[in-house]
Design a protein around this ligand. Structure first.
Ligand SMILES: C[S@@+](CC[C@H](N)C(=O)[O-])C[C@H]1O[C@@H](n2cnc3c(N)ncnc32)[C@H](O)[C@@H]1O
Length: 235
């Protein structure tokens, strides 16, 4: 590992708003804050997750714009998380945390109905491993164990594959198989900046205009950005 990365890891470890529980503490076990995130934030405000957050641009950007909500950026890569975590410190944001863990274990971290929104931004399309896709049926089944009915799932992606897989395969598969819940599609665009964005205003428009690190790379390559939004409904 490079010196820079090691330095970032060391700094992240010292930050109170970055949580890095060892696997042994959460593998098939409940994390100490499961069901108790309100105590961690010191308020009752809704909890919003940014999955595969990388540098955490959305956690920071939404944290600034929505002081009435709490944000948790989750990723397995600690060095990437450093820039978002450092920004949270600089800006004095008290409503943002970062959690370094595998999203596969997300049900060890949050209790039923503890989460109000999930954002997935530029996740790897995992073309060869459907089960690893963050919108696969397997992950959708995990999300409903923490997301409140009425809660939302947002996907922003450069990938035609992940976009069409989500809306044409995994969501319909979930809706067909699950007897208790279904995902209602609220928004769908495969040309967010050219068309879709015009349907939004205010803070939501600002948020959708945040460009993550990976997004900027894809935009430079001329890719169009896709955005899907779903609401979780009880049947
Ligand atoms: C392509 S990057 C996107 C990062 C960021 N959202 C962006 O747009 O710049 C994908 C990120 O997902 C993370 N990731 C992928 N699968 C994961 C998993 N199962 N658990 C935790 N993190 C994961 C990777 O570590 C990586 O940082």
């Amino acid at each position: 590992m490079g010196k820079n990365k090691l330095k970032k890891f060391a700094k992240v470890k010292d930050m109170d708003h970055v949580l890095e529980p060892p696997f042994s503490e959460v593998l098939n076990k409940d994390f100490r804050l499961k069901g108790k995130w309100k105590e961690e934030f010191g308020n009752d405000n809704p909890i919003v997750l940014e999955l595969a957050c990388g540098k955490g641009e959305y956690s920071v950007g939404m944290g600034e714009r929505f002081p009435e909500k709490n944000f948790i950026g989750i990723d397995i890569k600690g060095a990437r998380m450093f820039s978002g975590a450092a920004e949270v410190e600089e800006k004095g944001l008290t409503n943002v945390r970062f959690l370094r863990t595998k999203i596969d274990m997300i049900t060890s971290f949050f209790a039923q109905d503890e989460v109000e929104e999930i954002w997935i931004l530029f996740a790897d399309p995992q073309l060869r491993r459907a089960r690893k896709r963050l919108t696969s049926w397997l992950f959708l089944e995990r999300y409903i164990q923490l997301l409140k009915p009425g809660g939302t799932l947002h996907l922003k992606s450069d990938s035609d594959d992940l976009y069409s897989y989500t809306k044409e395969e995994s969501i319909p598969e979930f809706n067909q198989k699950n007897e208790h819940f279904q995902w209602r599609q609220d928004f769908d665009t495969n040309r967010l900046y050219e068309e879709g964005i015009n349907a939004f205003d205010g803070r939501m428009k600002e948020v959708l205009n945040i460009r993550t690190f990976y997004e900027q790379m894809w935009l430079q390559q001329g890719k169009s950005i896709k955005y899907l939004k779903y609401t979780l409904e009880k049947r």
